[in-house]
Design a protein around this ligand. Sequence first.
Ligand code: FE2
Length: 251
Amino acid sequence: MGIRIAILSDVHSNWPALQAVGKHLPNQSPDAIYCLGDIVGYGPDPQECVQWIQANANIVVRGNHDDGVVKVAAGQEVVDHNHIAVLAMMKNLEKLSKDDLAYLGQLPYQMFFETINLIISHGCIHEPEGWDYIRYPQEARGQMQFMQTRFACVGHTHQPTIWTGSNSPVRLSYPHEPYKLSAVQKHIINVGSVGQPRDRDPRACYVTIDFYQRKIVVRYHRVSYDIESTIKGLNQMGMQGLLSRRLGLGI
Ligand SMILES: [Fe+2]
């Protein structure tokens, strides 16, 4: 018998998307729910998303937008974000309570699970607080050198992807069927994004992974949600335009 973990990431204050995933999850009967960060940022409903994750996720790590909102609240400078992202952080901040911010501010950057040979963080394995992206084979190879585990899960790019092999990692984009990975090689699994997918499929994305002694089985799930409702929220927030368009197109 294995253990089944549902892993979701990059909710980005998209409450209709998270609600749809929340309804879909029980059908998969996960033993635990992990969240890889970026609960907030971009979208209109940060508080609903923070509180749902706080109530339902067993393990949560910090994303760069969670980190950014906490820094903005503390009057610190936020670097490495474009002006739309910073504007959305400021608007998100208006809707978050002190308790919500305290919760985001105590999230760890990385977690390691020896029994299932897994490490998780938001963007990268090595120095996760630097928020490097894993988009190309050389970036995946660089990160795998620092992996003490066989399996790693990340988000950050919003692209469901599996990287396999340490020396010349092979990229597999969003396998539609359950996908078996052996513990002989190293693998980095990008779980995609719940609230702002960027693989030209606008449906919310998350994974369930079954962990066995010598292998894991990864299943990507896509869930339709009421995108128009999120777009309405963005309009009310004064953040229409690019953010609305990208949600509808999944870019
Ligand atoms: Fe993100």
